[in-house]
Design a protein around this ligand. Structure first.
Ligand code: ZN
Length: 168
């Protein structure tokens, strides 16, 4: 089932998600729906907050290819390594349709997480995937990519927010 995506400024996007203690059948259904939703919306990643659930779960498409997706389920992620080196590339978010900002992220990231079978794994990624992982972990902490806007891109953001008629 394709879920509806919470759009900025819905308050749940600013709340911190809670760790998953047990992978229940309800969570498995949620995860399946999140995968379906991410693919239907052509996203590279989707965090549970974005579908209204405050659990530390996100999905990323590790193939970076919409036609041959390889969704990875990330539950209770912990960052174990973060590169000092920056990777600055354009970023979008399903909660901010049509907004693209160049955001600085670590070039490489290593995280530890569990999958939907409660199997622990380490994910070692760089470039676009490292960016996606950091973007989604931010979601779980109630942080949004607009919080990391670079000064030179602030006018783009201001114009976008004006379009949404939101008080800043
Ligand atoms: Zn996002």
């Amino acid at each position: 089932m394709v879920l509806s995506i919470k759009k900025y400024p819905e308050k749940i996007l600013r709340r911190k998600a809670e760790p998953v203690e047990k992978i229940t059948n309800d969570l498995i259904v949620l995860i399946d729906n999140m995968i379906e939703t991410m693919l239907a919306e052509d996203g590279l990643g989707l965090a549970a907050n974005q579908v209204g659930v405050l659990k530390r779960i996100f999905i990323i498409n590790t193939s970076l290819d919409k036609k041959n997706p390889e969704p990875l389920v990330v539950i209770n992620p912990e960052i174990i390594f973060k590169d000092e080196k920056e990777f600055i590339e354009e970023e979008g978010c399903l909660s901010f349709p049509e907004l693209y900002l160049k955001i600085s992220r670590p070039e490489k990231v290593k995280i530890q997480a569990v999958d939907n079978y409660n199997r622990s794994y380490v994910l070692d990624v760089s470039g676009i995937l490292a960016k996606a992982v950091m973007h989604e972990i931010d979601h779980l902490n109630g942080t949004l990519f607009i919080d990391n806007v670079r000064p030179e891109d602030r006018p783009i953001l201001e114009k976008y927010l004006e379009g949404l008629k939101i008080e800043k």
